[in-house]
Design a protein around this ligand. Structure first.
Ligand SMILES: NC(=O)c1ccc[n+]([C@@H]2O[C@H](COP(=O)([O-])OP(=O)(O)OC[C@H]3O[C@@H](n4cnc5c(N)ncnc54)[C@H](O)[C@@H]3O)[C@@H](O)[C@H]2O)c1
Length: 334
């Protein structure tokens, strides 16, 4: 299959591209290599893909609609896997414009590029942050998600709604994947695992927000990649019978789906830090702080739909995942 993959220099994008190439697919990867975090890390991820058969890279911005239309028309992909976004909850309080451009304008451009070029199937990244502080756990796709706590979360929820309108109007088959706190080798330096590991190694205090009372459904990168590849390479989703879809937020009479993709086993932040300490062989110094604006307190994925429809079964324990992460962290950052 030929796949256009946006955000290919990113954490999840680069790892997914590698797996797709392993399976013999052709990948045209797009990324604007922006400096939200060190672009050298993005280049280093790409360097693992450059020489591989079936891979080509295009440095481009999804907010450039003409360029995206042209690329999609030239490539005529079987699948469009859209992972590019301005990520991060906290940064959306500092620089909301970046989220409007990449996540709203960029997503509208992706929908148009798929529609105008009759792409058979669009799969895109949503986020567990759409659940806000929903009190019912585990979070299910069948629950309402109308109270985002940050512009980042709102932009991801908006993507889901925009996707539905294209599925309905133009019968564009489209699936959104709500990722739950992904960690592992090649991880993002703005996320807790890399930030905490750095501070622990340097003997600096780590800021522990909400005094460590957060819970996160940490999901190992290989499990995420497995789920993304299963969904992307399967046949496009089809419409549900209208009467079955009813008013269930996860179903539709249009070819539209949303799935959680997590681990299904939430971890207390303090247990996460203890596991990092164990594998780094060093104690953390902690600075206990109050909860930050925009943060959700707990995430916990119900992945039963993804398991039922695609056989998704995350198999990596936190201990195993952190061991792999720490090995990479030591090697990459010396
Ligand atoms: N990592 C997680 O825990 C997590 C959780 C929930 C959702 N997500 C979503 O998954 C996707 C991938 O996340 P990630 O962790 O790999 O993030 P990442 O920041 O490492 O990767 C995103 C990539 O997209 C690129 N990009 C950003 N704006 C762009 C634009 N306008 N045009 C072209 N490229 C652009 C960036 O340069 C980056 O390489 C994102 O949509 C993110 O919102 C990730």
């Amino acid at each position: 299959m030929k796949i256009v993959l946006t955000g290919v220099a990113g954490f999840i994008g680069a790892c997914t591209a590698g797996r797709l190439l392993d399976q013999g697919h052709e990948v045209t990867g797009l990324d604007n290599l922006n400096d939200y975090y060190d672009p050298q890390l993005k280049r280093d991820r790409l360097s693992l893909l450059f020489d591989r058969k079936g891979f080509q890279f295009v440095e481009q911005d999804v907010a450039d609609s003409d360029a995206l239309l042209e690329l999609t028309s030239a490539e005529a992909p079987d699948r469009f896997l859209h992972l590019a976004a301005q990520a991060g909850v906290r940064y959306s309080l500092e620089n909301p414009r970046a989220y409007v451009n990449a996540n709203l304008v960029g997503f509208a451009n992706v929908l148009e590029a798929c529609r105008q070029n009759r792409v058979a199937y669009l799969v895109y990244a949503s986020s567990s942050s759409v659940y806000g502080n929903n009190p019912k756990v585990p979070f299910s796709e069948h629950d309402a998600v109308d109270h985002p706590l940050s512009l980042y979360a709102a932009s991801k929820r908006a993507n889901e709604l925009m996707a539905h309108s294209y599925a309905h109007l133009y019968e564009l088959p489209v699936t959104g994947l709500r990722f739950f706190t992904v960690y592992g080798p090649w991880g993002r330096p703005d996320m807790a695992p890399v930030k905490f590991a750095r501070s622990i190694v340097r003997g600096e205090p780590i800021p522990v927000f909400n005094r460590g009372n957060h819970q996160r459904d940490f999901t190992y990168i290989d499990d995420i990649v497995d789920g993304v590849v299963r969904v992307t390479c399967d046949r496009p989703v089809s419409a549900e019978l209208a009467q079955k879809a009813g008013d269930d937020p996860a179903l539709s009479a249009a070819p539209f789906r949303i799935y959680n993709i997590g681990n299904g086993k939430p971890v207390q932040l303090m247990d996460f830090i203890a596991t990092l300490e164990k594998h780094l062989g060093r104690k953390a110094q902690m600075e206990m702080l109050p909860v930050q604006a925009g943060d959700v307190l707990e995430t916990w994925a119900d992945c039963s739909d993804l398991e039922r429809d695609y056989g998704y079964k995350p198999g990596t324990s936190l201990d195993e995942g952190i061991a792999h992460f720490v090995r990479w962290f030591r090697e990459y950052y010396n």
